[in-house]
Structure formats: structure tokens, C-alpha cells
Design a protein around this ligand. Structure first.
Ligand code: AMP
Length: 409
């Protein structure tokens, strides 16, 4: 991700196995780096539990394989190797691309995995232990199973390494930064990068000459201010808990809450972490679900807390977007992406309506049409600032970065 324009496509047909390891899951896909075409994709879930399984989609057919109890990443990757060989998909594989959540300050761009890179990821994993551990497991299992194939690490944080100190430092004792790396890193970098490049194409501008705010709204949500193709600020922080209201994460809260919960309600650190990461957000407010679709349906049916959850989600998002006018000053387009951003016309309209002072408006029909993977401008022709829906494709960015790094070998 060292360039700011959309990645250059490699010349020959080249397939990259993209792996995204979570603590108990493994998302995988083989992507043709030339065009983003997905050859096979799937998800191994409940790894390490009594009932792990792999489901995958190939040539339009969906299949589920049950793994034995307690099998985890290594076994899932082994099964994946078998699958790939059974379908003769290994012939065109040129690399394995790993999505790595935290690259700390070590990584400003994607890297070919070697001992130094592993040490860097290991180092950064103190900042995101669950994810870091899973990412390292994924890399070592893939190295064992795909011996001879180059492994490339693509970092969720790398795109945001262009942020200035003014944007990334917390107002905490400075040595927490210098001695322990406590600062804002931001996540969803591959997504923000991708949609900025695609939006520039859509509206016929050079990304280097554009100012965008992209809202990646999925189970995790973040906003990024992108000036001339570079991230200048973003709402996630040291961890993905910061910023916006999310499915189960609170986003920003008063840090004084920690003292209140410990002294008044006897919470310990683990309970607080659980509360803020798993029991808050849309789920916490609605007391119904973390799933935006469910919340929207309930709100329409008159569920008051579901309606309130949506209102808070949109208000906080609109406020964050408005705040990014400080580093940007002018805005060419507001971009919606992620499961919610790409599909929820309700949320897009609610947010845009609150941002009319930025020259944004919402064309009702265009807003309704931009769903199910359709990109499009959803503001009217007369709007001073464009609103855009742009489906993200993080896997393609990972495949492209891997292909471009392999090309240099
Ligand atoms: P992601 O993490 O990007 O897969 O996004 C997951 C979120 O997208 C969940 O909250 C889903 O409810 C939401 N989502 C997916 N489709 C729709 C839809 N048609 N309307 C509203 N939200 C949706």
C-alpha cells in the first residue's frame, strides 16, 4: 500500500490465497489479483471448540465440512490445503496474503514475511494480543502447509501511518508513547485505502487531488479522513474499541467510567473489557441485537430502544464526520462502505441529513438503488459535496499487494 492511487494490476493471471485469522475463526479466499475475482472463499469457525467447521463456496456451490472437536487454525489450514489440491487450485497460486490487524509503528506498508517481519508482528501483538496471536498462528500454519510459497503480511494499521503526531497522540504522559507505544493507530486501513481509490475513479478525480471521508460501517465501524490519498485522521485508536458506536463495541466513552465501574460496581478489568467490547454498542442500547438489519426491522415495527440505538449510531457518526472537516477543510465526497454502509439506505439518509451544512444531500432513488454490492453516487446532481456508496474489497487489496511484492522477488 505504498502508493496512493489504486494499485497497479499485475500483468499475468495470478492467484493469491488470502487468509484472515481471528481468535477462533479463519476467513479465506483465493483471489485473482488481476481483477479481484474470487475463485473460492470460505470461513472456518468455532476453532478450538467442540464443534469447529469449515464452510466454503466454490463455483456457486456451498459446502460445509465438520472438523474434529478442538481442531484449530493449523488443522483448518491443513483441511484448506486438501480442498485447494482437490480442486486443482494450487497451480496458479503465487503467494499467501495475510491480513494482520496490528502492525504498530513497524509497518507502513505490506511486507514479505521473514524472521524480522515475524518479530515485528510479535512485538506489535502486545497492542492487540488476541488478534496478534491468531495472525501469527495463521502465518506459521500457512508456512508449514504451503512451503515454498511466499507469504505476505498486509497490515490494517499501515494506511494510517501517515497521520501526524497531532492526530495520533493521546494527551497522556508522553513516555507511555515512547516506552510502550500507546498512541492512536487506527484500523480498517485496507478498506479505507481501497474505497478512496475507487471513489476517485467513480467521480473522475485524481485521488491525490481529492479530500474524502470514508465511513467503514460493519460489525466494527471507523471513519477516516483522507487527504490526497493519505490518511490524516481516523476514529479507531490504540485498539478497535475507540470512536464510533459499533455492533457490540461502545466506541468513545468517558474514561472516568473505568473508576466508576471498579469502585462502585466492583468490576474487574476483564469484565470492563467484556462490557465495552461485547455488550455495548447497538446491542447494549437496543437490548435486542448487534445486527443492524434486525435493529432496523425492529425500529420500523415500533421497538423504541432499537430506534434509539439507530439514532445514537447515526448522530455519533455524523459528529465524527463533521469533526474531520478540521484536518480536511474541504470535502469532495463522503463514502459509505462495509456491510451497513453498503446496504443500509436508512442509516445513510439519517447521517447525510444531519450533514446538510457540508453541502451533502441524499437522492432517495439513488440511495435505494445503491445496495447489494452496487456502487454509486447517492447525492443529487446539484449537491456541492458528493455522497457515495462504494463496496469494499479488502481481499483484493491484500491479493494485489502480495502479487506486487512477489513480482519484485
Ligand atoms: P460486515 O461486518 O461488514 O460484514 O457488516 C455486518 C453488518 O452489516 C451487520 O450489522 C449487518 O446487519 C449489516 N447489514 C448487512 N446487510 C444489511 C442490510 N441490508 N441492511 C442493514 N444492515 C445490513
Amino acid at each position: 500500500m505504498e502508493t496512493v492511487s489504486m494499485p497497479t494490476t499485475p500483468s499475468k493471471s495470478q492467484h493469491v490465497l488470502v487468509l484472515n485469522c481471528g481468535s477462533s475463526s479463519l476467513k479465506f479466499a483465493i483471489i485473482d489479483a488481476n481483477n479481484g475475482h474470487e475463485i473460492i472463499s470460505g470461513l472456518a469457525e468455532r476453532l478450538g471448540s467442540d464443534t469447529p467447521s469449515i464452510k466454503y463456496k466454490y463455483q456457486g456451490n456451498k459446502t460445509i465440512i465438520d472438523l474434529s472437536a478442538n481442531q484449530a487454525h493449523a488443522e483448518a489450514i491443513n483441511t484448506l490445503v486438501g480442498l485447494i489440491k482437490d480442486h486443482n487450485l494450487d497451480e496458479h497460486l503465487i503467494a499467501v496474503g495475510h491480513r494482520v490487524v496490528h502492525g504498530g509503528e513497524h509497518f507502513t506498508k505490506s511486507a514479505l514475511v521473514d524472521d524480522k517481519v515475524i518479530a515485528g508482528i510479535s512485538d506489535a501483538s502486545s497492542l492487540a494480543p488476541l488478534h496478534g496471536h491468531a495472525n501469527l498462528l495463521g502465518i506459521s500454519s500457512a508456512q508449514a502447509s504451503f512451503a515454498g510459497l511466499p507469504q505476505v503480511a498486509v497490515f490494517d494499521t499501515a494506511f494510517h501511518q501517515t497521520m501526524d503526531k497531532v492526530a495520533y497522540l493521546y494527551a497522556l504522559p508522553y513516555k507511555l508513547y515512547t516506552e510502550h507505544g500507546v498512541r492512536r493507530y487506527g484500523m480498517h486501513g485496507t478498506s479505507h485505502y481501497y474505497v478512496a481509490g475507487q471513489t476517485a475513479k467513480l467521480i473522475g478525480k485524481q485521488v491525490e487531488q481529492s479530500n474524502f471521508i470514508s465511513a467503514h460501517l460493519g460489525n466494527g465501524c471507523s471513519v477516516c479522513a483522507i487527504k490526497g490519498g493519505k490518511s490524516v485522521d481516523t476514529s479507531m485508536g490504540l485498539t478497535p474499541l475507540a470512536g464510533l458506536v459499533m455492533g457490540t463495541r461502545s466506541g468513545d466513552i468517558d474514561p472516568g467510567l473505568f473508576n466508576f465501574l471498579t469502585t462502585q460496581l466492583n468490576y474487574d478489568a476483564k469484565q470492563i473489557d467484556n462490557l465495552l467490547n461485547k455488550e455495548s454498542g447497538l446491542l447494549g442500547i437496543s437490548e435486542l441485537s448487534n445486527d443492524c438489519r434486525t435493529i432496523e426491522e425492529a425500529a420500523v415495527a415500533g421497538h423504541e430502544k432499537a430506534a434509539l440505538a439507530l439514532d445514537i449510531f447515526c448522530y455519533r457518526l455524523a459528529k465524527q464526520i463533521a469533526a474531520y472537516m478540521v484536518p480536511l477543510q474541504t470535502l469532495d465526497a463522503l463514502i459509505f462502505t462495509g456491510g451497513i454502509g453498503e446496504n443500509s439506505d436508512i442509516i445513510r439518509e439519517k447521517v447525510i441529513t444531519q450533514l446538510a451544512f457540508l453541502g451533502l444531500d441524499c437522492d432517495k432513488q439513488a440511495n435505494l438503488d445503491a445496495r447489494f454490492g452496487n456502487e454509486g453516487v447517492i447525492s443529487s446532481a446539484t449537491a456541492a459535496t458528493k455522497a457515495v456508496v462504494m463496496p469494499t474489497n479488502e481481499e483484493w487489496v491484500i491479493a494485489l499487494d502480495a502479487a506486487n511484492i512477489v513480482k519484485e522477488l
